[in-house]
Design a protein around this ligand. Structure first.
Ligand code: SF4
Ligand code: SF4
Length: 292
């Protein structure tokens, strides 16, 4: 079983469309949407949810009104300003879960046993079936942290499914950026594909991501999406990738079919047999070669 993680320095590079196309091209595989802060692979793959589970990224405080003596000790000690009175008429303060970082200081200082400190449900995660094979994905609550923990959970579930069902590939739609969620997406993967665009920010993002994957010693290849919108920057990206020991696994031309396929809730390779489809098929062949 081989694991491919597709990432990009920022959102909107076509990463998810490329993962959806791989879903249509790959043989026996499981898909994992680890872009949990902006999950959208489900929009193309139309998963049918089989198992739904709560996700808890950690504990949060809650004030028990019946016990609270309104001494304000918790408010004074909370470094995150997460405890406030709702208005002038409130008898007891409340914890704003968006600001609560789960440090438990209020729980410890409360003289009246009026703070409960329990695992908070931050989202849900799902094991689903799609027309392309099983898929693991999630929905994280707005402004909820700890998405790295959820990413690790989703990846592990996908790997377990691949082992159990004897599948050949785990294809992961990774988190964007270079923070904790993307590190959780890539560590231990067999290959990382970085999707970038020929813009100055795309070039900059590629270098940042390249440093990250080099640090974790993960074999990395790059794909330049919409390469023909700026052939000069494409050439610069190719040269810089070479300097960093990263192969250019493919270049995909600009084609409005990318967006059209998304609207039609299908993959680009199924939507069109045109040249752009050929670019992606050739990219996939290169990926297969690199995965060995
Ligand atoms: S757990 Fe920490 S961050 Fe949350 S309300 Fe209590 S003191 Fe504030
Ligand atoms: S420290 Fe305890 S008793 Fe005092 S205001 Fe906070 S929750 Fe209420």
């Amino acid at each position: 079983m081989k694991e491919l993680v597709v990432i990009s320095g920022k959102g909107g590079t076509g990463k998810t469309s490329i993962v959806a196309a791989f879903a249509a091209l790959a043989g026996k595989k499981v898909l994992a949407d680890c872009d949990v802060d902006a999950a959208d692979l489900h929009l193309v793959l139309n998963p049918r949810i089989k198992i739904r589970k709560d996700f808890s990224g950690g504990k949060k405080a809650r004030i028990l009104e019946d016990n609270c003596i309104a001494c304000d000790r918790c408010m004074e000690e909370c470094r995150f300003d997460a405890i406030r009175y709702a208005d002038n008429t409130s008898d007891t303060p409340r914890v704003d879960p968006i600001f609560c970082e789960g440090c438990a200081v209020c729980f410890r200082v409360c003289p009246a046993n009026a703070v409960s400190f329990e695992p908070a449900v931050n989202g849900e995660w799902y094991t689903s079936s799609t027309n392309y094979g099983p898929m693991v994905h999630a929905k994280l609550g707005i402004a909820e942290g700890n998405s790295g923990k959820l990413v690790t959970l989703i990846r592990q579930e996908a790997i377990d499914i691949a082992r159990r069902d004897n599948l050949d590939y785990v294809i992961v739609d990774g988190s964007p950026g270079i923070g904790c969620p993307v590190i959780a997406s890539i560590t231990g993967a067999n290959l990382v594909l970085v999707v970038t665009e020929p813009t100055l920010s795309g070039r900059h993002d590629l270098l940042r991501v390249a440093k990250l994957t080099a640090h974790f010693r993960i074999p990395t290849v790059v794909c330049i999406n919409k390469w023909d919108i700026n052939p000069d920057i494409t050439e610069q990206i190719e040269e810089e990738a070479k300097e960093h020991g990263i192969k250019v696994a493919g270049k995909i031309r600009y084609d409005s079919s990318f967006t059209e396929a998304q609207i039609m809730k299908t993959s680009v390779v199924e939507y069109t047999g045109g040249a752009v489809s050929g670019d992606i098929k050739s990219l996939w062949q290169h990926i297969l070669y690199e995965l060995g």
